[in-house]
Ligand binder design. Sequence first.
Ligand code: ADP
Ligand code: F6P
Length: 324
Amino acid sequence: MAKKINTIAVLTSGGDAPGMNAAIRAVVRKSLQNGLNVKGIKKGYAGLLNEEIIDLQKKDVSDIIQRGGTVLGTARCPEFAELEVQQKAAEICRKHGIDGIVVIGGDGSYRGALALSRQGINTVGLPGTIDLDISCTDYTIGFDTAINTAMQAIDKVRDTSSSHERCSIIEVMGRNAGYIALWCGIANGAEDILIPEKYDYNEQSIINNIINNRKRGKTHHIIINAEGIGHSTSMARRIEAATGVETRATILGYMQRGGSPTCKDRFFASVMGAYAADLLADGKTNRVVCHKNGDFCDFDIEEALQMEKQISEYQFEVARQLSL
Ligand code: ADP
Ligand code: F6P
């Protein structure tokens, strides 16, 4: 029989992502409507261990849907991988009357949610990361804002790169995944896109590409380099030496994680947040909310963590062909 749920809590964990606040708001408001008490846990699993737990009412999540970051704060808490720490966290939940938790974060955060579920605390995960690197879902909260922020920044670099007839290597985030690089590479019309899933470390082919484009009269050359490959500054030095074309590296960095969430991120965060609240209210545990093949759905966390996702060969090929 499903456990009776009276009180749920929500936390954000791992890197922040635009739209996390919209998700918090949805979890809080839908859970209150489901007749449950709601608490917020500050600073992810670290805040849970430090008992940084607050009561949340409807008005406490007013005026946050449009704000970047997370009002609850977030943290990385490596010790949460230890069994004794997980047991302590479950004890703290019981002490505060918390029957279930919505964890907003990435794969790492889901592993924490899985551990808590094994300790008897009901858990539901929500995909919150700019990287889009969660296999069980086609969409992650924050990705849309991040790619739009990066796209606009890349357009700006392109202006100055053209004026000076330079080559620009622009490094975007994504941890070990190339989704931000691929999307921006296509959207910004980059001449080369380097992503960890595909890069063969053949710098000579990039160099040849630059030289050929110059001969054809192209005034700039934009290379989008994924963080998973990195080394943009040393790559720029080598490319300049080999081509004779002035080459600059720009690392976009944390600006990609901030800013007001786009409509799409607010929409997905709101619907997924409400979905998570309903799962907990129904006594479900160890689930993760996803968007797959055009529909919202949920999976067992253990199953979800075993899934794999591939960069689309077709999209990568399109990017290559359109840059010619
Ligand atoms: P993300 O959730 O974005 O993937 P991390 O990988 O940094 O980010 O994970 C966020 C947090 O989740 C970690 O700091 C840790 O507290 C928790 N976590 C990660 N891996 C595990 C694990 N194997 N077991 C329990 N908790 C984990
Ligand atoms: O997961 C989001 C992300 O911004 C990645 O793109 C990046 O690799 C990582 O977080 C950076 O993490 P930190 O904030 O710990 O430097």
